[in-house]
Design a protein around this ligand. Structure first.
Ligand code: ADP
Length: 483
């Protein structure tokens, strides 16, 4: 463990680094070695209250919502640049804390987080109202105002990136933020706070309080001083948050689970589709809410495709996530590894055919082998429930109507993909699939300008793009009597 990059974590509240009020701490573990990385101060209800109070003060009295929008933009741009200049350091922390490969964290997560701040920096000056044609002699116009104090609860699969997706648009719109990272992966969000502090963000505008969901998370969701909760995580936790947020009628955006269908037609570019199927399920060891965990293969292509996919999977190097050649790191925690293994057991018991993987490899670390099940029936647990691990369910189909129906037979609707050279079929399928994102002849592409979010039980609200920033604003109607 490089001691240079890891240091004990404190809470970041009102521009200060502070201990938790109760003096509580928790350990964060390196999932590749099962060794502790460091101690982090554990935020509890009292700390959340302190953070909300600081954020409220910064919103009601501070410069942030009042300064020229371009100045807010300049500061956010600076945060983006500073993140970029620290890619190596933050990527290493991210890899140590989460088990994701250094290739992913240094080439994707941290650079995209930096870009996200710069993308939303540009939006600060583009949040406009309207003039509304009301009856004369009156005049009506709208103001798009920030919501106030936003509570943001993020998961452990893309820690720095989810922090950026949440914090950048909220701040760009003039809100102040209390961010609660996941207990498994608090370190990179603390680095983001450091960067924000060095960039000159006024005190209280961004507060970062690591802690447990049931304690710090619940306190944030129920706090009457919080105007909105933006959450990314599992569907059951999203439901719980929705129930608890109703007490204070908070605005909510929820980005929840998925069981995304990846549909390969017989006329697809097979080599590209094999890579897409593999990336779709094995990227970030399957800990991806948009993972293409249900692979639908057209009957005539099924056997040859599966052979190629198996050969491709055999070549994926699993091991030390700090090694640039590694493609699959460990699951984020022991709990998560055990959960994934129990789904693999269910797959076997319910009669799916194990093609490869299916176990924990020998040695240290919370690894699960990349696993493919064929002959999966739609009713099986592994076809219905989100596993959040490197476990693929392969299902056959014969016709487009049949596969669209089967793909849509899910409580979730986060993403979907289709692979075909027939543009008509591709676009018809894209319209028929009930999902917030559809990829055609690719998988897992993201851009800060795209709206991202779920249909059905994958949640509501959109992140990124114009839609994403508007979720952090509210509209005021102003009347003027011109008579
Ligand atoms: P898990 O970590 O159990 O898989 P999630 O992935 O849904 O659960 O967790 C995402 C985020 O939600 C984490 O920051 C976690 O601490 C937080 N969280 C968990 N339970 C709650 C809750 N009841 N209220 C608020 N936040 C919660």
């Amino acid at each position: 463990m490089p001691a240079s990059t890891i240091k004990p974590g404190l809470l970041f509240i009102g521009g200060q680094w502070v201990e938790s009020a109760a003096g509580a701490t928790f350990r964060t573990i390196n999932p590749a070695t099962e060794e502790p990385l460091t101690e982090v101060a554990e935020g509890r209800a009292e700390d959340i209250d302190r953070a909300v109070t600081a954020a409220r003060k910064a919103f009601s009295e501070g410069a942030w919502p009042r300064m020229p929008a371009a100045d807010r933009g300049r500061l956010l741009w600076k945060i983006g640049d500073m993140l970029e200049s620290r890619v190596a350091e933050i990527a290493e922390i991210e890899t140590l804390d989460s088990g994701k490969t250094i290739t992913e964290s240094s080439r994707v997560d941290v650079p995209m987080a930096a870009d996200c701040f710069r993308y939303f920096a540009g939006w600060t000056t583009k949040i406009e109202g309207e003039t509304v044609p009301v009856r004369p002699p009156c005049f009506n116009y709208t103001l798009r105002e920030p919501l106030g104090v936003v509570g943001q609860i993020i998961p452990w699969n893309f820690p720095i990136l989810m922090a950026a997706w949440k914090v950048a648009p909220a701040l760009a719109a003039g809100n102040t933020v209390v961010l609660k990272p996941a207990a498994q992966t608090p370190l990179s969000a603390l680095r983001l706070a450091e960067v924000a502090q060095e960039a000159g963000l006024p005190p209280g505008v961004l507060n970062v309080v690591p802690g447990f969901g049931a304690v710090a998370g619940t306190a944030l969701v129920e706090h009457p001083g919080v105007d909105k909760i933006a959450f990314t995580g599992s569907t059951p936790v999203g439901q719980e948050i929705m129930r608890r947020a109703s007490g204070t009628l908070k605005r909510l955006t929820l980005e929840l689970g998925g069981k995304s269908p990846n549909v390969v037609f017989a006329d697809a570019d097979v080599e590209a589709a094999v890579r897409g199927a593999s990336n779709g399920i094995f990227y970030n060891k399957g800990e991806v809410c948009t993972a293409g965990s249900r692979l639908f293969l057209e009957e005539s292509l099924h056997d040859a495709f599966l052979d190629k996919l198996q050969a491709h999977t055999a070549k994926l190097k699993q091991g030390d996530p700090l090694d640039p050649k590694t493609r699959l790191g460990p699951q984020v925690s022991e709990d998560q590894m055990l959960r994934v293994l129990s789904y693999i057991d269910k797959g076997k018991k319910e009669g799916a055919r194990l093609v490869c993987g299916g176990a924990r490899p020998p040695g240290k670390g919370y690894f699960v082998q990349p696993t493919i099940f064929d002959g999966v029936a739609p009713g099986m647990t592994i076809a219905r429930e989100e596993i959040f691990g490197p476990v693929l369910a392969v299902i056959r189909f014969r016709e487009i109507e049949e596969v669209v129906r089967a793909a849509n037979e899910s409580a979730y609707g986060l993403a979907a993909a289709v692979w075909t050279r027939d543009i008509k079929k591709a676009h018809l399928a894209a319209r028929a699939l009930r999902a917030g994102t559809v990829w055609i002849n690719t998988y897992g592409l993201y851009d800060n300008a795209m709206p991202f979010g779920g249909y059905k039980m994958s949640g509501f609200g959109r992140e990124l793009g114009r839609h994403g920033i508007m979720e952090y604003t509210q509209t005021k109607s102003v009347w003027v009597d011109l008579s």
